[in-house]
Design a protein around this ligand. Structure first.
Ligand code: SF4
Length: 224
């Protein structure tokens, strides 16, 4: 049985927890290079970590929000999911306690401030910050053909040889920090919709982009 004292105690706790959350301005300006959706994901994860989980919204509501945001960062959501996300935030604002209402306000502020970035994630599976979605390429101007990336990649995913500029043939299994860090020169780079010019197959180090004016030997390729 929930009595008045218990309700008052819960509301007091909710206010204390709400005070630990960031200000609205932080949700509206997440900082250079930070993905707004990743910012929201961390907010919800942090909120779940400090929540007592005793109300429906602090337990199931926050969990649902986390799943929805994760879906948008992993290519598992569409426009209808975004609509459900907004409805969930509205419901949380309506029936939540001070803590979950503050979480909903922060997420809504982020959604409004970064509407185009949310749209880009959900509709096109693209991330301007190159955190959630990106492609990989090997910068032919940096690669020195030492072969370290070949050893770090599954067979056939990277082509190359001693003294040759390596070429990524399939980056599906390579999108991880360990592979990117496998190049001691930092030649393995992330890119978005536009991939910089790269040779289609391994060529000797120093040969790509030096002929005919050094434009890179190829046109920029629009992807996605
Ligand atoms: S990309 Fe880096 S690790 Fe791979 S061959 Fe070129 S320099 Fe070596």
């Amino acid at each position: 049985m929930i009595n008045k004292e218990m309700l008052a105690e819960r509301e007091k706790l909710a206010l204390e927890l709400a005070a630990k959350l960031p200000e609205i301005s932080a949700a509206q300006s997440v900082g250079e290079g930070t993905c707004p959706l990743q910012w929201c994901l961390k907010l919800v994860e942090d909120a779940r970590a400090i929540s007592d989980g005793k109300s429906v919204m602090s337990r199931d509501g926050l969990w649902q929000l986390q799943l929805m945001i994760e879906g948008a960062t992993r290519g598992q959501s569409g426009e209808e999911d975004l609509a459900v996300y907004k409805e969930t935030l509205d419901a949380m604002e309506l029936i939540g306690d001070a803590f979950t209402v503050k979480v909903a306000e922060l997420l809504k502020a982020n959604l409004e401030a970064y509407a185009s970035e949310w749209d880009l994630h959900v509709r096109r599976n693209r991330c301007t910050s190159l955190v959630c979605y990106y492609d990989l390429y090997i910068d032919p101007a940096v690669c020195q053909g030492n072969g370290a990336c070949l050893k770090a990649a599954p067979s056939g995913a990277v082509l190359g040889g001693a003294g040759m500029i390596s070429v990524i043939k399939n980056d599906r299994e390579l999108k991880n920090d360990a592979f990117i860090a496998s190049c001691p020169l930092g030649a393995i780079k992330k890119c978005g919709a536009i991939k910089p010019p790269c040779p289609p197959a391994p060529v000797p180090v120093g040969s790509f982009g030096n002929a005919a004016g050094g434009a890179g030997g190829g046109r920029r390729r629009r992807r996605g």
